[in-house]
Design a binder for this molecule. Structure first.
Ligand code: ZN
Length: 190
């Protein structure tokens, strides 16, 4: 089932999300619906707060970002996962810029600086724990989605000047004065 994506301005996007039991049928169904919702909106990641659920869960599929000329090609092709109750244990390396967008903030894309390497601990839908290292684009997708469950948006990483320049467009999103290719839920149209 395709769920409406919560747009910029909804308080759920600013809240730190709660731990969740991965094994319940509801959570498994939710993850399935989130993949469907993400694919429908042509995204590479979707976090539970973006569909209005303040829980620590996000889904990713990096295959649309797999560029044949990049060394990460093979890896991104198969980078499809559900992260439940994740904790980023460590981030390292020199911050690098990458142009990010967000399904909750349509039509705005900006360079965000983040560290290239991370170590993350998380559960799958069977409750199994993993600890893994990621780098490059995969790490970038994880960092963006992880921010969502911490109540942080990519626009929060921008400079004060850049944020002021975007204010008008962000207000338009909040009020639903935009067109998006997928179904959205707007803060002031509830
Ligand atoms: Zn996002």
């Amino acid at each position: 089932m395709i769920l409406p994506i919560v747009a910029y301005g909804d308080p759920v996007l600013k809240k730190k999300a709660q731990e969740v039991d991965p094994l319940t049928p509801e959570i498994k169904k939710l993850a399935e619906n989130m993949f469907e919702t993400m694919y429908n909106a042509s995204g590479v990641g979707l976090a539970a707060p973006q569909i209005g659920q303040s829980i620590r869960l996000f889904v990713v599929d990096g295959s649309p970002m797999a560029d044949e000329d990049e060394p990460e090609f093979e890896f991104l092709q198969s980078f499809k996962k559900v992260f439940v109750n994740p904790t980023i244990l460590e981030e390292s390396g020199e911050e690098w810029p990458f142009t990010e967008g967000c399904l909750s903030i349509p039509d705005i894309r900006e360079d965000v600086y983040r560290k290239p390497n991370l170590t993350i601990k998380y559960q799958d839908l069977e409750g199994q724990w993993y600890q893994e290292d990621y780098t490059g684009i995969a790490a970038r997708i994880i960092q963006h989605e992880y921010d969502h469950i911490e109540g942080i948006l990519f626009t929060d990483h921008l400079s004060g000047l850049k944020k002021r320049l975007l204010q008008g467009r962000l207000q338009n999103i909040l009020k639903g004065r935009i067109r998006s290719e997928y179904r959205m839920k707007f803060a002031q149209l509830k």
